[in-house]
Design a protein around this ligand. Structure first.
Ligand SMILES: [Zn+2]
Length: 86
C-alpha cells in the first residue's frame, strides 16, 4: 500500500457510512498506464474512518476528474508536450 498524506478534513455527508462527519482528504502517488506508458501522478481521495477497513476510500466526481487531469498532465510532462495549451 502506498503511503498517503492527509491534506485536510471535510465535514460532509459520507456516502460510505451514511453519517455526517469529518472525512479526511488524502493524497498519494499513484500510477496509471496511458498509451502504454506508466505515469506517476498525484491522486486525491476521501477516507472514511468508520467504514470497513477494505472499503474506506472514495472519491467524488469532481475529484475523479481532477485526478484524471493530473494523470494527463504528468503524461504530457513526461513527453515534453506542455506547449501552447495554457
Ligand atoms: Zn463515513
Amino acid at each position: 500500500m502506498e503511503a498517503s498524506k492527509v491534506i485536510r478534513k471535510v465535514h460532509m455527508d459520507c456516502p460510505l457510512c451514511d453519517k455526517k462527519h469529518d472525512v479526511e482528504e488524502r493524497k498519494r502517488l499513484a500510477s496509471i498506464t496511458i498509451k502504454g506508458d506508466k505515469v506517476d501522478y498525484e491522486e486525491h481521495f476521501f477516507y472514511c474512518i468508520n467504514a470497513d477497513e477494505e472499503e474506506r476510500e472514495f472519491e467524488t466526481g469532481a475529484m475523479a476528474n481532477e485526478n484524471l487531469l493530473n494523470a494527463r498532465n504528468a503524461y504530457r510532462v513526461l513527453h515534453g508536450l506542455l506547449t501552447s495549451e495554457y
